[in-house]
Design a binder for this molecule. Structure first.
Ligand code: ADP
Length: 553
């Protein structure tokens, strides 16, 4: 093999911030903080630039070194999307340590497990999580210090040993610091899957995988990010690196807007308008709240063009509302923690733009085409590849340089399935179709698909129809045992406040929308549905709660 003769510069995360600081020095990073209105009365908005962020990330790296953090150490965060969290992304990874973003919405036992399993040396936390830290600290004895992400004036009255102040640590350093250079396959970040069953498992990202992913995620058919973009990640930075936004923004010199803890419709809308946001990303639940707020107040977006929605299936009604009511393109995306996380995103091809509006919409509701670097296929129960015809559905497998090979500390052995050529594929746990144009559509989670008379029924399709009914706020569809058909679908639905609908009316609503044998057998109305810490329907719990349920005969 003849080796290429190009420079062997490793792909390191610190280079993203250096690039932005040099070429987009004045581009702003705006954050809604959690420390309340400032003394000058300007409100709780903080703003600075990439040049400022670079200096402070370097000061942070110096402070970490002074605290004894060395390459490979894990540094935990319990924090919202904000500028200090951004500094941690770069300060920690930049010095060769690993930024471990902990999801504060998990249950206490899971948090204790995760912090101890990761062996976090220090944990940085936003003031919102002070009480949580008070409970957590005694149960995580290996953590050497807990750093409140604030200044001395706002320090919480916390009675734990080794409480430190972020601004004091950073303020004591000069910022005259050269990022170290090392192998691009060095670990940079750690994120645990929410684990609806069993213990959470750690996904350990590398500098190389993070940069390759940020490159691919920047492209026009993905985030379409540029130096003219103003991007606001609603998806939290503790949720798979906010889908790469904190990395791809400096790569492109985009203005970054961080919403802090303000995920409600009003707070988001104010920030979208005040900062002229063009692009945003988040899970469906957040958009439901925002769209309802917009409609109630008859508001319009003046600059927003694109909303990326993923993490769970975007209801078609939401995709349509973004476009028809607000003139915003809603791009459906699919991914998972193990994939850094983006797998697919839905944008039309040139040849599809001439299709009828109905046909275009049908495509836009799919999860979309793979981003560069991801390979995917669907297989049957025996591992045989299924056709890409948009009809056959099977287990979705993926591979690529930003896809997990094994979990942190080899939890659970190798998760990969090896094909006849010896290539390892990661089983996503999703069931999907892929069409001839490469558009993938999730039909279900492997565990949630309803098996009726030897055929499969997609619970997601049935849920989408239920929530399209004007009286339904949220719905889950699960399979319940049936003497003849093995399983039959049951709709578990939450009504909108003040709305009325009967079981019969909802079942009638399915007619003509799906094959007759897909129409659910029954409906039960509930006050609320169980969710995971990341806001997904927790169907394992629902099945457990309804295990004695009998279908009407
Ligand atoms: P994330 O933290 O990014 O949500 P998780 O690893 O927690 O990722 O969950 C990934 C799973 O979420 C996927 O395997 C899939 O089942 C589901 N998911 C993500 N996006 C979508 C989507 N657009 N449509 C349907 N399911 C989705």
């Amino acid at each position: 093999m003849l080796r290429g003769l190009m420079m062997d510069n490793p792909l390191l995360i610190s280079s993203l911030l250096d690039h932005a600081a040099q070429n987009h020095a004045d581009t702003e990073i705006v954050s809604r903080t959690v420390e309340g209105p400032g003394k000058d009365g300007t409100g709780a908005i903080h703003r600075y630039t990439y040049a400022d962020a670079q200096k402070r990330a370097k000061q942070l790296a110096q402070a970490l070194a002074r605290l004894g953090v060395v390459a490979g150490d894990r540094v935990g965060t319990l924090a919202w999307n904000g500028y200090r969290h951004f500094e941690l992304y770069f300060g920690v990874s930049g010095m060769g340590a690993v930024v471990h973003t902990v999801n504060p919405r998990l249950f206490l036992e899971q948090l204790v497990y995760i912090v101890n399993h990761a062996e976090d040396k220090y944990v940085f936390f936003d003031l919102t999580f002070t009480q949580l830290v008070e409970k957590l600290a005694p149960l995580c004895p290996a953590v050497k210090g807990w750093v409140a992400m604030t200044d001395r004036a706002h320090m919480p009255p916390l009675k734990i040993p080794a409480l430190l102040c972020y601004e004091e640590l950073v303020g004591a350093e000069s910022g005259h610091y050269d990022w170290p250079s090392f192998d691009e396959n060095t670990a940079s970040g750690l994120c645990y899957t929410s684990g609806t069953t069993g213990n959470p498992k750690g996904v350990l990202y590398a500098h190389r995988s993070t940069i390759l992913h940020a490159y691919a995620a920047s492209l026009p058919d993905v985030f379409n990010c540029s130096a003219r973009t103003v991007i606001l990640p609603v998806v939290p930075m503790f949720h798979v690196n906010a889908w790469s936004v904190p990395y791809l923004a400096p790569l492109n010199g985009a203005k970054l807007v961080f919403p802090g803890a303000g995920m409600d419709g009003k707070s988001l809308y104010e920030l979208f308008e005040a900062e002229k946001v063009t692009t945003t990303a988040g899970v469906p639940t957040v958009w439901l709240g925002l769209l309802a707020f917009m409609k109630q107040n008859n508001f319009r977006f003046s600059t927003l063009k694109t909303a990326v929605v993923g993490g769970s299936a975007a209801p078609p009604a939401m995709i349509a509302s973004f476009r028809d009511d607000f003139g915003v393109t809603c791009q459906h995306a699919w991914g998972m923690t193990e994939m850094s996380p983006l797998g697919t995103l839905c944008t039309l091809k040139g040849t599809q733009e001439a299709l009828s509006p109905a046909k275009r919409f049908e495509i836009e509701c799919k999860q979309g085409r793979v981003i560069y670097g991801v390979k995917m296929k669907i297989v049957d129960g025996e591992g045989r590849e299924l056709p890409r015809d948009g009809k056959a559905f099977g287990d979705l497998l993926v591979r690529g340089p930003c896809v997990l090979r094994e979990y942190f500390k080899d939890e659970g052995g190798s998760p990969l399935r090896v094909d006849e050529k010896g290539n390892g594929w990661f089983p996503t746990g999703d069931v999907a179709t892929i069409d001839a144009d490469g558009f993938m559509q999730i039909t279900d989670r492997s565990k949630d698909v309803i098996k009726s008379g030897g055929e499969w029924i997609s619970s997601i399709d049935l849920e989408n129809i239920a929530v399209a009914h004007p009286a339904i706020a949220e719905a889950a569809v699960i399979g319940v045992p049936h003497p003849k058909w093995d399983e039959r679908p049951l709709v578990v639905a939450v009504k909108r406040p003040g709305a009325a609908v009967t079981r019969e009316e909802l079942l009638e609503f399915y007619e003509g929308k799906v094959a007759k044998w897909w129409i659910p057998d029954d409906v039960t109305f509930v006050e609320q549905l169980p969710h995971t810490a990341t806001g997904k329907l927790l169907k394992t719990q629902l099945r457990q709660e309804l295990k004695d349920y009998r279908l009407p005969t």
